[in-house]
Design a protein around this ligand. Structure first.
Ligand SMILES: Cc1cc2nc3c(=O)[nH]c(=O)nc-3n(C[C@H](O)[C@H](O)[C@H](O)COP(=O)(O)OP(=O)(O)OC[C@H]3O[C@@H](n4cnc5c(N)ncnc54)[C@H](O)[C@@H]3O)c2cc1C
Length: 294
């Protein structure tokens, strides 16, 4: 059904392998649409809304697992929506801009940005969706406004896409951000010398290198509760357990890595094992942090 819409909008699309579009690098295939600019993106979203087609946005694919075989869900990649515009200490970035690119440009202007996420391959849209964070900081620290797409017009009540700017700070909780489609965001940055920004980034990256696995993964599998999920999984003796090509990391038990040729079934088998064991042993229900595309 979505193919007709893609064809009539003239939007580029292709069948892509999870190995190429997710950082876990395992799973099946999906059709990925690639709007080339804001106008195409908005038009596509408008046409898809109410069409009955199943679709989902895709940023850097660093929190995404694609089911084995052929996914029914159309993925809309924001890769081409990567424009970044600075105005003093404020920056507006389209949803597909990589945080690493914003940080690099901020450096040149004597500004600091997202140092705590150094080494995390996130885009603006993906990071705002989950309010990505680490080392006690998260995206809400920087956000001033987010431009989202809303489908029902407040004035006429009809279902069509409108761009709405929301003042975003109070929209965030721990690992919960903005669930509407994000077009762009404006961040307020603060002064920081390039030397200091790089020193911070290096410190955070060194910490990650020491305590997190280097193999392909989707980051933390479960959200942390009162006791970190990795600790609970480790205490169940599951560190290093392997299923097919997937493995509960020996370095950090809240990561499941692709140790070579992992399928999404391998990954999900280990996810379910962790959920079962942690529930049996500690009575704790683990909450999944990754997004599964069917
Ligand atoms: C090695 C590694 C380390 C990581 N460390 C951290 C960490 O320290 N902290 C942390 O929070 N996360 C971490 N992650 C997880 C991941 O990087 C973050 O969740 C990141 O914010 C996801 O961004 P993305 O662009 O890759 O999102 P994707 O995986 O592409 O998408 C994730 C979700 O965001 C939605 N989305 C994407 N774009 C938009 C948009 N424009 N509008 C609305 N929704 C959108 C998607 O539909 C999907 O539901 C790590 C991942 C890896 C691989």
């Amino acid at each position: 059904m979505y193919r007709d819409i893609l064809e009539s909008c003239g939007i580029k699309y292709s069948r892509q392998s999870a190995a190429d579009i997710t950082t876990f690098k395992g799973g099946g295939h999906a059709i990925v649409a690639l709007p080339k600019d804001e106008a195409e993106f908005v038009e596509l979203m408008e046409r898809l809304e109410g069409s009955g087609a199943q679709y989902r946005l895709l940023g850097g694919g660093s929190n995404t697992i694609i089911t084995d075989g052929e996914a029914r869900t159309l993925l809309i990649s924001t890769r081409e929506l990567s424009k970044i515009e600075f105005d003093g200490d404020s920056v507006r970035a389209l949803a597909g801009a990589r945080l690493a690119d914003i940080r690099r440009e901020a450096h040149m202007r004597g500004l600091g940005a997202f140092e705590f996420l150094s080494g995390v391959p996130a885009t603006v849209g993906g990071a705002l969706y989950s309010n990505a964070g680490a080392f006690g900081e998260d995206m809400s620290k920087y956000v001033e406004q987010v431009q989202i797409l809303q489908y029902r017009c407040d004035f006429c009540g009809a279902a069509h896409v409108q761009k709405t700017a929301m003042s975003a700070r109070n929209a965030f909780e721990y690992r919960r951000g903005i669930s509407e489609p994000i077009l762009s965001a404006t961040f307020r940055l603060s002064e920081m010398s390039m030397v200091e920004s790089e020193a911070q980034a290096r410190r955070y990256m060194a910490y990650r290198r020491e305590r997190q696995p280097r193999q392909p993964s989707c980051g933390s599998v479960f959200v942390n509760g009162k006791t970190p999920s990795g600790k609970l999984i480790e205490q169940c003796g599951l560190k290093g357990v392997r299923l097919g090509g997937a493995q509960i990391s020996e370095v950090h038990a809240n990561f499941i890595v692709n140790a070579g040729g992992a399928t999404s079934a391998d990954f999900l088998g280990l996810v379910e094992l962790c959920e079962r064991e942690v529930l049996d042993r500690f009575g704790v229900t683990l909450a999944r942090e990754f997004v599964l595309i069917h």
